[in-house]
Ligand binder design. Structure first.
Ligand code: NDP
Length: 419
């Protein structure tokens, strides 16, 4: 019996909302609130006669703490699930603090305006101190720990697939297969084809910022940064086949480095086809990935936001995308004094996802874990005052829920490793 406020109504939220409605015992009532209320009303109309979950909708600008506080005070949710953009993380956390409401999200904070001098000063110091230059990092949200503890509320950070399920796989491997984990390789493969020359599978602005940035990995207690796409490997993925994959910076590396004792190296690889990379390079070379505003015919535009308006809406890729995703982690460590390696992964079929919830697998693999994280906080199983990443909780109920809600996983005890 609980009431959840969901903020955002894009690709990921669409799946999470479907899944909450399949789990009405936990989610008795949900309110879908976003910038564009018509999208919330459309999904409500689609689902309300198929579920016991009572759905309401609202308009909210999640950049405004005051609007969020007013909405939370009027709806009185038990928790807020943030499925808007990383830009809104801190305002939503502030509103949760003010109203003493639990908070859940899928991506760490990143500023919308990277030219903001106040943010830039902190960023530049962090680049120097820690040695990675991604625009996003956990420091902003981890800084809320004490405030959340004092308020007696929980913040669960990063319950998507990666971060999210990959971190839960790590906690599960450590609990059931290893005494110590020394090496983690996170492999994110999308073997899907949507038939467009170029499109991104989730929010283009967030996606392109992430993949055009420098890569980095964690080794022997420090960050090692690489040029974008500098490190390439080839891997043969179950259900997909052989793919090129490239080392990227990714946010769960930061939290796993902090939370997994004795880990020596953590890397993240994502698959990209040559055509995607050529398009991206070209867009970058002409300045279309820039987040800095430029003047155009008397008004300011942000190139990457303009590009977003031109690209296919990720939510529209569902009916066109065929093939599978395969995402998981290869762990090497020791158990009872012996070295061992295991690979835990999930395969997800784009067309199956579309049949079930009307979305492709990238939104599906994020929306399902978002629902699961929210259900564990609401049911009290993952409730503890403070700010936590998913690997800090007991992985077992989460792993069980993945099997139940459409993301079954496999443990391969004799995998091929990545060089
Ligand atoms: P979309 O762009 O499809 O959806 C974002 C939604 O947020 C839209 O409904 C948008 O409204 C709404 N929104 C944006 N700004 C505001 C605002 N100021 N106030 C209220 N609502 C707002 O993104 P996705 O669904 O693809 O991604 C959602 C989140 O999931 C992102 O944070 C993304 O980084 C994260 N993610 C995490 C992954 C993981 O594995 N951990 C993987 C993929 C995504 P409008 O409709 O008006 O534009």
């Amino acid at each position: 019996m609980s009431r959840l406020l969901i903020i955002g109504c894009g690709g990921v939220a669409g799946v999470a909302i479907h899944k909450c409605c399949q789990n009405s015992d936990v989610f008795t009532e949900i309110c879908i609130a976003s910038r564009t209320k018509s999208k919330c009303d459309a999904i409500k109309a689609k689902l309300e006669n198929t579920t016991k979950t009572v759905i309401t909708t609202a308009q909210v600008n999640a950049d405004s703490k005051d609007e969020l506080v007013a909405l939370i005070n009027s709806y009185k949710p038990d928790a807020v699930l943030n499925l808007a953009l990383p830009y809104q993380d801190l305002t939503i956390m502030d509103a949760c603090l003010e109203t003493k409401t639990d908070y859940i999200d899928t991506a760490n904070y990143e500023p919308e305006d990277t030219t903001d001098p106040e943010w830039k000063a902190v960023y530049e110091k962090r680049c120097k101190d820690l040695g990675f230059t991604a625009y996003f990092d956990y420091s902003w949200q981890w800084a809320y720990k004490e405030k959340f503890e004092k308020a007696g509320i929980t913040a669960l950070l990063g319950t998507g697939f990666d971060p999210g399920v990959t971190s839960v796989f790590t906690a599960y491997a450590l609990k059931h297969y290893f005494d110590e984990i020394h090496y983690i390789d996170i492999l994110d493969c999308n073997g899907g084809d949507h038939g467009y020359p170029f499109a991104t599978n989730f929010n283009p602005e967030i996606n392109l910022r992430e993949v055009s940035a420098n890569g980095s990995y964690w080794e022997d207690g420090k960050w090692i940064e690489t040029k974008p796409m500098e490190i390439k490997r080839v891997y043969n993925f179950d259900g997909v086949g052989e793919k090129d994959m490239y080392l990227l910076h990714h946010e769960e590396i930061e939290s796993l480095a902090k939370n997994i004792p004795n880990v020596k190296r953590i890397r993240f690889f994502m698959t990209f086809g040559q055509s995607y990379l050529t398009h991206m390079q070209c867009l970058e070379n002409v300045g279309m990935l820039s987040t800095e505003p430029v003047m155009y015919e008397g008004r300011e535009i942000v190139p990457i936001q303009f590009l977003k308006a031109l690209l296919p809406d990720p939510a529209s890729l569902g009916p066109r995308t065929k093939g599978k995703t395969n995402i998981g982690c290869i762990f090497t460590g020791v158990k009872d004094g012996k070295e061992k390696t295991i690979y835990i992964y999930n395969m997800c079929d784009h067309q199956e996802c579309y049949k079930e919830v009307g979305s492709q697998a990238v939104s599906y693999t994020t929306g399902v874990p978002a629902m699961i994280g929210a259900s564990l906080v609401l049911s009290g199983q993952w409730k503890k005052p403070g700010v936590y990443n998913v690997e800090e909780f007991d992985p077992d109920p989460y792993m069980e829920a993945l099997n139940k809600f459409g993301l079954p996983w496999v443990v391969d005890e004799n995998p091929v490793t990545v060089e």
